[in-house]
Design a protein around this ligand. Structure first.
Ligand SMILES: C[S@@+](CC[C@H](N)C(=O)[O-])C[C@H]1O[C@@H](n2cnc3c(N)ncnc32)[C@H](O)[C@@H]1O
Length: 219
């Protein structure tokens, strides 16, 4: 029988197909516009990365005065060769004390439309982040060349986030592949037949950042 934590994990391919995840992480937002966006808005102090994957983003955001703690539930994703202090946990039950972090972010992890216990994840984040701390959630925005290859709607809806008190900004970035073969390989894996149609190395990609500064006294 599954234990409580494993039943809360959203299955992700990265641990069983590391070669494909390597293409994804190298080519999506290759110019690092999302990293720059986060770097400019996250404070010094202690920052939590929820659903950190292999630590790609956390590693880049650590600087003198800012310690990022990557939290990741899938042990196959955790890359212990990186100079990071890892935590193993899920968004719905974050294994830290109340008011531990100065800020939190999450990139394309757990906080997707339609996830049934998304509010449990948000309330857990709001518990562990201090009053006045910033929360930043990154997702696909949609309405771009990348999403046009998907047979399904993979865009994020802004309204539910606005209703929860988040503001949003769109980051205009790109997937930049080394060659068309690599683009076809990843997009076919994501999108099936439609992905095979890709015939170029640069794809416009819009990313949304939902942000909120916590005001715990208002509740
Ligand atoms: C699309 S990957 C993104 C990884 C990383 N944030 C990045 O940008 O490279 C989604 C990650 O969320 C993790 N995940 C799955 N269920 C989760 C949960 N309930 N809470 C937190 N993270 C979860 C997966 O294991 C996976 O590593």
């Amino acid at each position: 029988m599954k234990n409580d934590t494993s039943s809360k994990i959203i299955p992700f391919y990265g641990g069983i197909k590391p070669e494909l995840f390597e293409i994804e992480r190298r080519c999506m937002d290759r110019k690092g516009k999302v990293i720059k966006y986060l770097d400019e808005r996250l404070p010094d102090g202690l920052v939590l990365d929820v659903g950190a994957g292999n630590g790609f983003t956390a590693e880049k955001l650590i600087r003198e005065g800012r310690l990022v703690i990557p939290m990741e539930p899938d042990e196959k994703m955790i890359d212990c060769s990186k100079n990071l202090i890892w935590s193993n946990g899920v968004a719905q039950s974050i294994p830290f004390h109340t008011n531990t972090f100065d800020a939190m972010y999450s990139t394309w992890a757990f906080f997707f439309d339609g996830i049934k216990d998304i509010d449990k994840g948000i309330s857990e984040v709001e518990r562990v982040v201090k009053d006045g701390g910033r929360i930043i959630i990154i997702d696909n925005y949609g309405d771009d060349e990348f999403c046009s290859y998907s047979p399904n709607d993979i865009t994020s809806s802004v309204d539910p986030w606005s209703e929860r008190g988040f503001e949003y900004e769109v980051i205009h970035t790109e997937f930049i592949f080394d060659d068309v073969q690599e683009a076809k390989e990843l997009l076919t894996f994501y999108f099936g037949e439609q992905g095979k149609q890709v015939n170029k190395t640069v794809l416009e990609y819009k990313v949304v950042a939902y942000t909120k500064v916590l005001n715990k006294t208002k509740r």
